[in-house]
Ligand binder design. Structure first.
Ligand SMILES: [Zn+2]
Length: 309
């Protein structure tokens, strides 16, 4: 199952972003490729059976013919041949008025849905995740948080600068801790009110200002289940561009086992044995209980526990 992660498909060329002349030359070069996000959903191409999907890549000429504004295209990076890749974020309404919209700028599919369906390669899902997270930040960063002035796009979309007070704003990533808590033989999983019926997952929560990862894990677990956590080894991480989070996967050792849940946050929390968690992963639990799919880091954390790692 392909997942949204970090892609090596392109070199992001961070140090060249501030070179306006370089970016313009990449944008106007014949090999330049453009991804269109309409209301943050990529335009894709798929086979008739809809079992495979690819991102649709456009030339600058095609986008200009559609009348789409290319001046604020977001620079994603360059491929091995030096071709520049860009993302153009527009409203779905705007794409509807383009001549030949149905043939050219459809279908558009939500990235999370593409990941769930498993029909796009991890490289393209990840690249689209990079573009989506960046585009969503721009949607919410048009005005300066300091003086309210208009901010202008700089560095191929990797910086905004306030026109009035000059303050600079950078793309935002929100760190989230997600933790598999274990008492050795069992793991702690919870059912949240918003989850599909019978789905359980690892606990998770945003890191607050002034916190380190370990503190955030211990605080979230205490708040939601009243369990005390000791050691917190790091497991793995995953960018999660909905809207622009970074999931920091940890394994926490429980020091207590009596659960008292915060009903405002979660509906139920329970200890599960390795056998039970394994059955949930394989969707053969006798009560029909499940865990998140392989596109989510929670699945990797639970799998690691089931395999005794
Ligand atoms: Zn300002």
């Amino acid at each position: 199952m392909p997942t949204v992660g970090s892609t090596r498909m392109l070199d992001r060329l961070g140090p060249k972003r501030s070179d306006a002349e370089f970016l313009q030359s990449k944008l106007k070069a014949p090999g330049a490729q453009f991804l269109v996000l309409a209301d943050l959903k990529p335009v894709i191409r798929s086979n008739p059976q809809r079992t495979e999907a690819k991102l649709a890549w456009f030339t600058l000429e095609a986008l200009t013919q559609f009348g789409l504004p290319t001046a604020e295209a977001l620079f994603l990076g360059v491929d091995n041949s030096g071709n520049g890749y860009f993302a153009l974020a527009v409203t779905e309404h705007r794409t509807r008025n383009v001549p030949g919209a149905i043939e050219n700028l459809r279908p558009i599919v939500d990235l999370r849905s593409l990941a769930m369906q498993g029909i796009m390669t991890p490289e393209e899902l990840s690249l689209c995740g990079q573009a989506r997270a960046l585009a969503q930040w721009h949607e919410n960063a048009r005005c300066c948080g300091h003086c309210g002035g208009t901010t202008l796009v700089k560095d191929g979309g990797w910086r905004r600068k306030c026109w009035a007070c000059g303050l600079e704003w950078f793309p935002r990533t929100d760190p989230v801790v997600i933790m598999l808590i274990t008492d050795g033989d069992r793991c702690l999983l919870a059912h949240e009110h918003r989850y599909a019926d019978k789905m359980y997952s690892t606990l998770a929560g945003f890191i607050e200002p002034g916190e380190d990862i370990e503190h955030a894990v211990r605080r979230e677990v205490m708040e939601e289940t009243n369990i005390t956590v000791g050691e917190v080894p790091f497991h793995s991480s995953q960018p999660w561009p909905f809207p622009h989070s970074l999931m920091l996967g940890c394994v926490g050792k429980a020091q207590t086992t009596d659960i008292t849940i915060d009903t405002g946050e979660i509906a139920e929390a329970r200890w599960f044995t390795r056998e039970e968690a394994g059955a949930m992963l394989e969707r053969r639990h006798p009560d029909g209980l499940t865990v998140p799919g392989k596109q989510a880091i929670a699945n990797a954390l639970i799998t690691s526990f089931v395999e005794g790692k």
